[in-house]
Design a protein around this ligand. Structure first.
Ligand code: UD1
Length: 449
C-alpha cells in the first residue's frame, strides 16, 4: 500500500535548547582513566538503517548525546517506534512509517537527518526531505547525495527548500561515482542500494571506520554489501531486510579529544575501549609533536609534557579523508600545536569554514595567523590564559574546552549545547580526570559575573 505523504499538517515542537556555559578553571594536569563512548557518526546512520526493515533493531553502546536524541525524535515523528531501552541502548522498530517527511526543523538541528533520504526512498519509494545545506544553516551541500540517488533511478525535484524524491517501482542498482570522497554520501548510496533492484557499485567509497560499522550492521540485516577494494563498495540489492542487533564501535574522535586533553595539560590519561587502529594518522601526529603515546589491545595511554615547556615540536599537518588525519580532530590538534616550539602550518582540506574558532584561541594568547579560510600558521609555545569564549559548533567547542583546561585562570565558554551534540557527559569525564569544570545555565553564569 502506498504511504500517505502529509507534509503540511506537520507540527514540530522541538525541545527548547538549553543555553548553557562551561566554567573552567584551567592549569590542572588531567590524570586517570576515561571510558570511550560509542561513535556518534556510526549511531546516526545505524538508526537510519533500522528504517530499512519493519522488524526491531537493537543497538548497544549508543552514545547518550544530543544528536542521537534528535535522530530518535525525528524518527518518532515519522511514526517509527524508538525505545531508549536503557543507558546506551536504543531499539528501533519501523513497522509503520506515517509521514515520509523530514522537516526543516529536523535538518536545522542536525544535518545528518539527510541520511534518511536513502533508506526511506529504498523502502517506501518516496520521501520529502529538507535541504540541510543552504545558506540558511551552513555551507554544506548535499548535491552528491542527491546525484547518488538519481544514479539509483530516483526522481528528485527541489522546491521551496525541500527535496521531493520518488523511486517509481523500486530503486535500481547502478554506478554511483562521486567526484570526491563523501562519508554520508557513501552511506546514503549504500542505504538506498541494499533494497534496490540489481547491482550497485559505489566509488570512491569513503573508508571511514563508521562506514564499515554500517556495512557490518547491514550484513546482519541480510544485505549483500561488501567493500571489494579499499575505495569500492559493491551491493547486490535484496527484496527484504530483517531486524538485527549491533554494538557500536568506539568514537575515535572522542578518544582523540581526550588524548589531546592529556597532552595539552601535561597529564597522563588512559583511554579505555579506544580504537587505536582507527587513529593511526592522528597518533602519528601526536608522536611527531613529542607526545608519549602507547597503544594496547583496546587502550591508549597518553602522557604529556607541561604546558608551554617547549617539550613539544612544531609540525605541519593537513586533514584528509580516512585513513588521513580526521578533520574532526583538526581543532584539537591546533590547540596542542599552540604548545609546540616553532612554526606549525595547518591545512584543512575537507571543509571551508573550519578554522573560524582560531580567533577565540588567539584571544587566549595563542599566536595564530589565519592565512585564508583553510590555512593557518601557529607560532608556539605560548602560554594560554582564561577568557570569555563563544563556540559556534561541536568540534570547535570541544577544542576551546581543551584550551581552557590548559590555560591559566578561568574561562567561560558559551554555547555548551553544541558540545553536547557529540560528546557524552563531557564535563563528568573531565571532572573524573581532575579538571575543574562545571556546566551552568547561561542566566546563572551571568548572575555570577
Ligand atoms: C561526515 C561526518 C563529519 C566529518 C565529515 C568528514 C557524520 C554525521 N559526519 O560528514 O563529522 O567531519 O564526514 O570526515 O558522519 N560535499 C559536497 N556535496 C555533498 C556532500 C559533501 O560538496 O553532497 C563536500 C563537503 O562540503 C565537504 C566534503 O564533501 O567539503 C566531504 O564531506 P562529507 O564527507 O560528505 O562529510 P559528511 O558526511 O557530511
Amino acid at each position: 500500500m502506498t504511504q500517505p505523504v502529509r507534509p503540511f499538517h506537520w507540527e514540530f515542537t522541538p525541545e527548547p535548547i538549553e543555553r548553557e556555559v562551561f566554567r573552567i578553571e584551567g592549569g590542572v594536569p588531567l590524570r586517570g582513566t576515561v571510558a570511550v563512548s560509542g561513535a556518534k557518526n556510526a549511531a546516526l546512520k545505524l538508526m537510519a538503517a533500522a528504517t530499512l526493515t519493519g522488524e526491531r533493531c537493537r543497538f548497544d553502546n549508543v552514545p547518550e548525546i544530543e544528536d542521537v536524541r534528535v535522530m530518535a525524535g525525528t524518527l518518532r515523528d515519522l511514526g517509527v517506534v524508538v525505545d531508549h531501552a536503557g543507558p546506551n541502548r536504543y531499539e528501533v522498530a519501523s513497522g509503520d512509517v506515517e509521514w515520509l517527511f523530514v522537516p526543516l526543523e529536523a535538518a536545522a538541528r542536525m544535518r545528518a537527518s539527510f541520511i534518511l533520504l536513502g533508506p526511506l526512498l529504498a523502502r517506501f519509494g518516496r520521501v520529502i526531505i529538507s535541504n540541510p545545506g543552504g545558506d540558511r544553516i551552513g555551507r554544506r551541500p548535499v548535491n552528491l547525495h542527491v546525484d547518488a540517488m538519481r544514479a539509483l533511478g530516483a526522481e528528485i525535484e527541489y522546491r521551496n527548500g525541500y527535496y521531493f524524491a520518488r523511486a517509481p517501482g523500486r530503486l535500481r542498482g547502478g554506478d554511483v561515482v562521486f567526484p570526491a570522497v563523501t562519508v554520508m554520501g557513501t552511506e546514503n548510496a549504500m542505504l538506498g542500494a541494499v533494497l534496490a533492484d540489481g547491482h550497485t557499485t559505489i566509488r570512491p567509497a569513503a573508508r571511514e571506520p563508521e562506514v564499515d560499522d554500517l556495512i557490518d550492521f547491514l550484513r546482519k540485516m541480510g544485505a549483500q554489501v561488501e567493500r571489494t577494494a579499499p575505495d569500492i563498495i559493491e551491493v547486490e540489492g535484496v527484496r527484504r531486510l530483517r531486524g538485527a542487533d549491533h554494538r557500536l564501535i568506539p568514537d575515535r574522535i572522542e578518544a582523540g579529544t581526550f588524548a589531546v586533553a592529556a597532552a595539552v595539560t601535561g597529564g597522563g590519561v588512559r583511554l579505555e575501549g579506544a580504537p587505536c587502529e582507527n587513529l593511526g594518522a592522528f597518533l602519528e601526529v601526536l608522536t611527531a609533536i613529542g607526545v608519549d603515546v602507547a597503544c594496547g589491545r583496546d587502550t591508549i595511554e597518553v602522557r604529556g609534557a607541561p604546558p608551554a615547556s617547549g617539550a613539544y615540536r612544531a609540525c605541519d599537518v593537513a586533514t584528509a579523508p580516512y585513513p588521513g588525519l580526521a578533520t574532526d580532530l583538526q581543532a584539537p590538534t591546533v590547540v596542542l600545536l599552540t604548545q609546540a616550539a616553532g612554526e606549525s602550518r595547518v591545512h584543512e582540506t575537507i571543509f571551508e569554514d573550519r578554522l573560524e574558532y582560531t580567533s577565540e584561541l588567539a584571544r587566549m594568547g595563542a599566536r595564530i595567523e589565519l592565512l585564508d579560510s583553510t590555512h593557518c600558521r601557529i607560532h608556539g609555545p605560548t602560554p594560554l590564559r582564561g577568557a570569555e569564549l563563544e563556540v559556534g559548533d561541536l568540534r570547535a567547542g570541544a577544542s576551546l574546552i581543551l584550551a581552557a583546561l590548559a590555560a591559566d585562570g578561568r574561562s567561560t565558554i558559551r554555547g555548551a549545547h553544541h558540545v553536547h551534540r557529540g560528546y557524552e557527559n563531557i564535563e563528568r569525564k573531565f571532572l573524573e580526570l581532575g579538571a575543574r569544570i562545571e556546566r551552568v545555565a547561561e542566566e546563572v553564569a551571568a548572575q555570577a559575573t
